[in-house]
Design a protein around this ligand. Sequence first.
Ligand SMILES: [Zn+2]
Length: 228
Amino acid sequence: MTKTEEQNSLPTAAGESLADLSRILYTRGWMPGTSGNLSVRLSGNHASTALITASGRDKGELTAKDMVAVHATTGEEVLLPGRLKASAETSIHTAVYRRTDAAAVVHVHSPYSTVMACRAAEAGRTTALLLERFELLKGLGLDDPARTELPVFRNWSDVRLIADEVATYLASHPGAPPGLLIADHGITTWGRDLAQARNRLECIEAICQLLVLGAREGRAETTEELYQ
Ligand SMILES: [Zn+2]
């Protein structure tokens, strides 16, 4: 199949789902301006292809036509050159597709996750944010739903370096949570489809909101103390 034939035969429903979710997340303030990027891996005859939001587009105004077809594990563009450019962060999506069985990846700059990505960051190394005890952890499909460590990667200006670190990490951490933070930058989650990737994003953002609000700070009063 030529590139033109492949492009013309791509299903439009996936692009529409990406545009719909992009609008929702933009409206929440999680994709300010042109930031953030979403992708889905296609199935059947197109399983080697992923659709990803185009670079530099207002995320509140995307349509199915604003998606770029790329090779799901290399990021090479399937589209004819001269049209839209794939997201600048495509390599992070393809790293996740290479190392996991995900079929959808969501990356946004939601405020609470980004705050925690700043707080947990350390210069010169990958760190981790400990998430434990919150009921919301059950939304992540973890082996141990009581705790997990969310990796926090350095925010290299060359995005391929972030992608390399993500791929290396995922290869050596088979029980890793379905998400990651990038220092001073934002959050990425993934799942079997866009709905699951979005649910996981919402759970981690909500946990980070609780952490920012101080849910784990201060001493809890026991019942005895309350009645003394
Ligand atoms: Zn970003």
